[in-house]
Design a binder for this molecule. Structure first.
Ligand code: UFG
Length: 335
């Protein structure tokens, strides 16, 4: 089976390529390297001992997409190509909506033209906005997103629902990721954000490696077990495996629109992450408590029951594994 992976060199795309190749899929990857590096391709090859077909190109380039589909008979698309920095999205809404929404419209147009009707789409728990309750199920309300990044995911989900309404021969799986962290155990691929990381795990790694001085803990006065924010951290390799399960589901069902949370179902606080990182990796994390970050919520974690029941998906990696693999990657790729 031939699968097209857009954004194949990014953090989640690259780990998913590894799992797809290891599961016997024929992978065609595309990337424009807007937030990734060419060496990732070699590293995917080193990990899997397999080659994938690769093209450098942009999803906003319809001619490029057309030529891809003309050259290869693609059975399914896994779409990871998107901008993902929440803060940046507030400053650059036009760029975010263009890159995250127009690109999907292009892709869908071309897919339809070539009769390719299977898609796995990377969505996010951010579509739940400020959840009324935790754990969050797929049936809970979406909306109330507070930044263009989140709203772009919500828009694409709606576009996919409308598309399926109009043409029920499509098979679409929307995956709502919680907080992916960690890296492949080889340390060859992982999260390598440009500039100063905005997310907790890469920031902790850079404080541990002394590249950054001190972690700011955004608030210790939330109504949570220790006052800091609680999230559902999921090992990126578990998340990647979730995509293979989603693909199997689409192959089996042939048509339908399916939505799944991909998380562990367990919430950990900022202090849990810091202290587990220190204990497992034997390093000290300097931190100080500062004010809450605007737009943050107290708690966000998934009810993973639907993915378990319908995809046979459950997470294999613990928080200890996540912080160990994140640190291993940081040490091997220290800038
Ligand atoms: N935090 C800190 N200090 C930091 C960074 C984060 O204390 O330097 C705290 C936050 O306040 C929060 C927790 O760590 O309580 C996690 O923050 P992240 O920025 O790592 O993750 P978010 O939950 O805010 O957002 C992430 C992604 C979004 C995605 C969302 C899905 O950045 O793209 O998870 O739940 F939509």
């Amino acid at each position: 089976m031939k699968v097209l992976v857009t954004g194949c060199c990014g953090y989640i795309g690259s780990h998913t390529c590894v799992e797809l190749l290891n599961s016997g899929y024929e992978v065609i990857g595309i990337d424009n390297f807007s937030n990734s590096k060419k060496e990732v391709l070699d590293n995917i090859g080193l990990i899997t001992n397999q080659n994938m077909i690769f093209y450098e190109g942009d999803m906003l380039d319809e001619k490029f997409l057309m030529s891809l589909f003309r050259t290869h008979s693609i059975d399914c698309v896994l779409d990871f190509a998107a901008y993902k920095a929440v803060g940046e999205s507030v400053e650059k809404p036009i760029e975010y909506y263009t890159n995250n929404v127009s690109s999907v419209l292009n892709l869908l147009k071309v897919m339809k033209k070539f009769g390719c009707k299977r898609l796995v789409f990377s969505s996010s728990a951010t579509v739940y906005g400020s959840p009324k309750k935790v754990p969050i199920t797929e049936e809970d309300d979406t909306g109330g997103t507070t930044n263009p990044y989140g709203t772009s995911k919500l828009f694409v989900e709606q576009i996919l629902k409308d598309l399926y309404q109009a043409d029920s021969s499509f098979a679409i799986c929307i995956l709502r990721y919680f907080n992916p962290i960690g890296a492949h155990k080889s340390g060859l691929i992982g999260e390598n954000p440009n500039g100063i990381p905005a997310n907790l795990m890469p920031y902790i790694s850079k404080v541990a490696s002394k590249e950054l001085e001190c972690l700011q803990v955004f608030g210790d006065d939330y109504k949570t077990k220790d006052g800091t924010g609680v999230r559902d951290y999921i090992h990126v390799v578990d998340l990647a495996v979730g995509h293979v399960k989603a693909l199997e589901k689409l192959e089996k069902e042939k048509k339908g629109l399916f939505i799944y949370n991909l998380g562990t179902g367990t919430g950990y606080s900022v202090f849990d992450l810091i202290h587990t990182f220190e204990k497992v990796n034997h390093v000290k994390i300097n931190y100080k408590i500062v004010n809450r970050r605007p737009g943050d919520i107290a708690e966000c974690f998934s009810n993973p029951a639907k993915a378990k029941k319908e995809l046979g998906f459950s997470c294999q990696y613990s928080l200890e594994d996540m912080v160990r693999d994140a640190w291993n990657y940081e040490k091997k790729n220290k800038s």
